[in-house]
Design a protein around this ligand. Structure first.
Ligand code: OXD
Ligand code: MN
Length: 598
């Protein structure tokens, strides 16, 4: 049995580490204390082992590049399981395994997997240390890359252990890269045991266990039990010139511009209005009802794990500034001057570089099928501290978070969904969110472009039966005196030739302005069968030239297409059987009626 010195007298934690070490058989156990000094030592070790490559220290200080295996570049949803005693508790939205089988299967992969390696113990807090909103986890991993990323993405170290005390609750997170074999890869969640086991992967979404695994799947389960929401949402503040800030939470499927929106820069045409955007979070929101009857949100993370391709000074200049230091890049192109590049980065493509698979790359290279070879993987990423971001909110460390005025659900749909519409009330808003559908992107394994229903952008992240999740949402609405208003947006509507009709990015503020005007009862709206849409005159288009009638086209409701949509909603709902809350069928029928009669 491996012995180790522990900085905590938390018996359950120490016993668990002993058990996991007996299983994984590391040579050594090392505690991560969160200090700068220890981080530098780990970086050096990872440089020597080749896990990371040092980038140009003058141009990108404190930055590194990591390359993952070519078959380990995205979340592997088909290998991700919810392991509850009863299958129905995982629901039709999840892959399920019984805890007994799951532990037994994974145990075989974990057995001896850390031989010759160090097991790092990472105590981390999701949310500010000590906030009543926050939750503590401990991740055991044999990957320095994971440690270095966790140091950016979460609050790590001795303070967390202090907060945990001798008996505090924590999520047990076990990770081993093992031999990175996709055939021996599993991402297992045991909500009833507050435990996560991930083996055989090195990709962020599968291995930074504080993120999707704990902050969404496990936290979602805890949130239902404890009466709060764990959501796949950005949180942003919009400040008016008088200093008043209103906060919006927004759910979008992966790689649909959530990160860009969270730190949006007001467009030229609106600049004289003096808005300023504050970024609270770009991916996850934990929300609770407070005694004032409002919904309050925190971002449990401390960093961004953003998609690199397409990030440039036009799409997201705040992010370009954020990632100039202390950032880990994964699967991007390495330039000869040891800086990095990706498709859609600022400036010209370099004359040559080393691509994400470590091969010499030149622009215009083609594979055997004649397809362009990309320098960076389409799902290449950067991990970077929120504190670097010029628009980082001053309320990030506040234990109480921020009050939410509006919740936005966004989808990527070339057709059907208008630029923006508002639900009639909370229950209808839950229906709108529950029936959201979006085209797949490179962040998921699957066919890019295919439409799938992705309720609340949570399909891959809801750690329990979605029917119960919808019921939880409905119940939450009843508990609020000031529920946020619920909106749906679609920045991706296209014409028949596939050209986007809306310019997106900073221009989205025009829509957010309308949304806040609605929240503050400043404008009327047009009632349609699917919800309220803006009167085009109420969207400030100053400085934005679009073709005549383009806005009207963006707001158009195609009844026939919506009637078709109803059919697929019905199919989707039917899979939940009797478990689906009746309120959602009521909303379905009301929409059908409105489409017929209005
Ligand atoms: C992410 C995702 O990485 O949603 O945020 O895939
Ligand atoms: Mn995400």
């Amino acid at each position: 049995m491996i012995s180790f010195e522990s900085p905590t007298n938390h018996k359950k934690l120490n016993d668990w580490i002993k058990q996991m070490a007996a299983l994984c058989q590391p040579d050594k156990i090392a505690w991560i204390d969160g200090s700068e000094h220890q981080k530098l030592i780990l970086e050096k070790e990872a440089l020597v082992s080749g896990e990371i490559i040092q980038l140009n220290p003058e141009k990108l200080p404190g930055c590194f590049l990591h390359r993952s295996r070519p078959d380990d570049v995205a979340r592997t949803e088909h290998l991700t399981f919810i392991c509850t005693r009863k299958k129905c508790d995982a629901g039709p939205n999840n892959n399920w395994m019984s805890p007994k089988n799951a532990y037994a299967k994974a145990r075989k992969y974990f057995k001896g997997a850390m031989q010759g390696r160090i097991m790092y113990v990472i105590p981390f807090s999701m949310g500010p240390v000590g906030s009543p909103f926050s939750k503590i986890g401990v991740e055991l991993t044999d990957s320095i890359y994971v440690v270095l990323n966790m140091l950016i993405m979460t609050r790590v170290g001795s303070d967390v252990l202090k907060q945990l005390g001798p008996e505090g609750e924590f999520t047990r997170c076990l990770h081993s890269k093992s031999d990175l074999d996709i055939n021996k890869r599993l991402i297992l969640h045991f909500p009833e045991d507050n435990t996560i086991w991930s083996v055989g992967s090195g990709y962020g979404g599968n291995v930074l266990l504080g993120k999707k695994c704990m902050s969404l799947r496990i936290a979602g389960y805890l949130g239902r039990k404890e009466g709060w929401l764990a959501e796949h949402m950005l949180i942003m503040g919009i400040e008016e010139p008088n200093g008043h800030i209103e906060y919006i939470a927004g759910a979008f499927p992966s790689a649909c511009g959530k990160t860009n929106m969270a730190m949006l820069i007001p467009p030229q045409g609106l600049q004289k209005k003096g808005y300023r955007v504050w970024t609270v979070g770009d991916d996850i929101s934990w929300m609770r009802i407070d005694s004032d009857g409002w919904l309050w949100a925190i971002n449990p993370e401390a960093g961004f794990f953003g998609v690199a391709p397409g990030t440039n000074s036009k799409s997201n200049s705040n992010m370009v500034k954020t990632i100039q230091k202390n950032t880990i890049y994964t699967n991007v192109l390495l330039k000869p001057d040891k800086t990095v590049w990706w498709e859609g980065a600022d400036g010209e493509a370099p004359q040559q570089g080393i691509d994400w698979q470590g091969r010499l790359w030149k622009p215009g290279m083609k594979d055997e099928q004649g397809n362009a070879i990309k320098g960076a993987h389409p799902n290449s990423r950067f991990t970077t501290p929120i504190a670097n971001c010029p628009s980082a909110s001053f309320r990030l460390e506040q234990h109480h978070g921020v009050p939410v005025s509006a919740i936005i659900f966004g989808a990527r749909r070339a057709h059907l969904a208008p630029l923006v519409y508002e639900s009639f009330n909370w229950q209808h808003g839950v229906f709108v969110a529950a029936t959201m559908a979006s085209e797949l992107t490179a962040a998921q394994v699957g066919k890019v472009g295919q439409v799938r229903r992705d309720p609340m952008a949570m399909l891959p992240f809801c750690g329990y039966n979605m029917a119960d999740y919808f019921r939880h949402w409905l119940r939450m609405g009843k508990g609020m005196m000031h529920p946020p208003r619920i909106f749906h947006v679609n920045w991706f509507r296209a014409d028949d030739k596939g050209n986007f009709l809306w310019p997106g990015y900073g221009e989205n503020l025009r829509v957010l302005e309308w949304i806040l005007d609605r929240c503050n009862n400043k404008v009327e709206a047009i009632k349609t069968p699917i919800g309220f849409v803006p009167n085009p005159l109420d969207v400030d288009m100053t400085g934005l030239s679009m073709q005549d009638g383009a806005l009207e086209k963006l707001l158009e409701i195609d009844r026939k297409a919506w009637v078709e949509e109803l059919k697929s909603i019905k199919e989707f709902f039917k899979q939940f059987g009797k478990a689906l809350p009746k309120e959602l069928w009521q909303e379905y029928e009301s929409l059908q009626e409105r489409l017929k009669s209005q």
